[in-house]
Design a protein around this ligand. Structure first.
Ligand code: PBG
Length: 314
């Protein structure tokens, strides 16, 4: 009877797997703050991508861990067509063509200061940043990524990226906007994984990321991004912001995604490691909660493990 009246289901197609990419061959580098997550060289990312596709996961989201020698004040490596991430996209699309590839658009892996935008005298320059993000998005589209995902929270970037994609004939490249992204402490382990935390130091991103106290503002941000041409929107972090997901889902008729961010994954993993609860049950329950709130899909570092336990695979 419980099965008969169940309102929501979790399926492999709901999950998106984030992958951290490094230079080299046949290497996996554990991310200390994310138990069970490794940074992968492109060849191993292909293997993992293949595994994901076989488990029914529709897409991966790629994040580069860029060598410090390539980081600059303006993050110019972000629009290098032969960058690590562009090579990873080309390899994945060639080897696992049915797997969707989503790429972050933001400067933080590439800047010496670890910010998502251009910094002048300690102040983020919104409009100058938008111009280079357009360049980055076009470079990623050219490499063959299916979805560009601006995660920088600058104003006006979705419209500028949409116009540039159209102008350059990338009419099939989608935009997944990180529309309501909060200035959260739960991104800590991610910043370790991509190596932006040392650069960022004690600085924060409060001049562009949202105040956790606000939800009406989230609806304004989402509304703007949809009006500017976003195909899908994201709320981030996840579990502490389920109310925002629900508000956005009820207000707008677009696919809404949630990001179970690195800090959330680490909490659940470490709690399970300590024997406080069962790992599989904890991830199931937390991911089902996103579906209940109305999310169309969830980015989670646990995507592979979880998908293996879901209908179609068991
Ligand atoms: C960078 C970016 C961040 C995340 C995704 N893209 C970190 C940040 O904004 O500092 C966080 C993901 C996570 O914590 O898992 N623009």
């Amino acid at each position: 009877m419980r099965r008969m009246v169940r309102e929501t289901h979790l399926l492999p197609a709901d999950l998106i797997l984030p992958l951290f990419i490094i230079e080299g061959e046949n290497q996996r580098q554990p991310v200390e703050s994310l138990p069970g997550v490794d940074r992968l060289t492109i060849d191993l990312a292909i293997e993992t991508g293949r595994q994901a596709a076989e488990l029914g996961i529709p897409a991966v989201a790629l994040f580069p861990a860029v060598d410090v020698s390539l980081k600059t004040e303006d993050g110019a490596e972000a629009w290098n067509p032969n960058s690590l991430i562009c090579r990873a996209v080309r390899a994945l699309k060639a080897e696992v063509p049915d797997l969707g590839v989503i790429c972050d658009v933001a400067l933080d892996p590439y800047t010496t200061h670890g910010h998502d935008g251009l910094l002048v005298d300690g102040v983020i320059q919104n409009d100058e940043t938008v111009a280079v993000l357009v360049h980055q998005a076009l470079t990623l589209a050219e490499a063959g990524c299916d979805v560009v995902a601006p995660s920088d929270m600058m104003d006006g970037r979705v419209g500028a990226i949409r116009a540039a994609l159209e102008e350059h004939n990338f009419t099939d490249t989608l935009i997944l906007s990180y529309a309501a992204k909060y200035a959260s402490c739960f991104y800590g382990p991610f910043r370790d994984a991509v190596g932006s935390s040392t650069a960022l130091g004690t600085a924060d991103k409060t001049s562009y990321q949202m105040d956790p106290a606000n939800s009406a503002e989230a609806l304004r941000e989402v509304g703007l991004d949809i009006a500017e041409g976003a195909d899908m929107v994201m709320v981030k972090p996840g579990m502490p912001y389920l109310d925002v997901i629900r508000d956005v889902v009820r207000e707008f008729n677009v696919p809404v995604f949630a990001y179970q961010v690195s800090g959330e994954y680490a909490m659940l993993s470490l709690g399970a490691e300590k024997g406080l609860f069962d790992r599989t049950k904890a991830f199931h329950e937390s991911l089902l909660a996103f579906k209940r709130a109305g999310a169309r899909g969830i980015l989670t570092y646990a995507a592979l493990d979880v998908a293996a336990t879901l209908p179609g695979n068991v």
